[in-house]
Design a binder for this molecule. Sequence first.
Ligand code: M6R
Length: 359
Amino acid sequence: EKQGYDHYMLKEIHEQPDALASAIKPRLTSENAVVFEELDQSFFANIDRIEFVACGTSYHAALYGCQLLNARGIPAHVHRAGEFSSYPAAIDERTLVVAITQSGETADTIESIHRVNETDARSLAVTNVVGSSIERIADKTVYIHAGPEIGVAATKTFSSQVATLSLLAAYLTPTLGSKTASNSALLSSIAELPTAVDTVLSTADSEYVAQTLVNRPNRFFIGRGVGYPVALEGALKFKEITYEHAEGFAAGQLKHGPLALITPESAVLVVFTGDHDEKTVSNAHEVRSRGATVIGIGPDQADGPRRVCDEYIGVPSLTPELSGVLTNVQLQLIAYHCASALGRSIDRPRNLAKSVTVE
Ligand code: M6R
């Protein structure tokens, strides 16, 4: 069943080009128009803001999608479902609540939609599992079509969630977005995403970098823009399967406290996207001058970022808004190779379950 891979996680990482194609192809025409068969624009009539609810990796995908909406002038926020279910945001008939959940069974996310259903707000579920519980309670459902994910660590479903949310952001722009918003760079990069991920998977950089990360007291993952949710996701994946300490931060946040943790033994993984990289370069300088080992991951063509890093892993250059999907694949592989070097139970990490059905 693992088709020659040592673990489901590695198999699922390698399934990403196909999973992405399944999410994208039916929804993007050859003229780069976006189609959602399960939706129609009338469902979004009079919506003036979008509130995402999700947990874990799906929460990071929601943060990513939220940035794409905000960049197009569509007001959006993200909530951890475990908070929203007890302390919901103020919502009304002009609010669309979007629940992101791979399994469609996460109790906190389901309970959040029950709370939404007590109000006049509308709800949309974005899930991987057809016939899941979330589908029964949300007003509408969109599938990410990633195929079954067995490993407890979510990998291909994050990429497919981001791809689906990118398409949704483009789909909503003409009706809910600003008049000046443009989707052309985003849509042409979405079309290139499966091939670009395939290119990332054919490199061996992550194995080498993983070796420099195993014997450390801590590791920090930083990024800005879409690099921020990717930094959070990179750290989550790392701690989930290696059982080692890792934290993700918005790059600009370091100097407001976390910088005190940096020592010459620290490793800092810096996500570059090709957008505002000069600021992230100066954040990388801040940690390097404290002796930390700096590992950059970002677009191939990046002189400034390459100069500030001890090691730099290049990924194909896409529009910055989607480059985070590619850097995230490298971070998945880095976490995997570290966990493998440490002999961890990669597909079934201790204390964790694939879907969390209790609040
Ligand atoms: O099925 P869901 O997407 O609702 O699950 C949410 C989280 O429990 C899940 O993403 C968890 O954080 C993963 N194990 C992370 O790899």
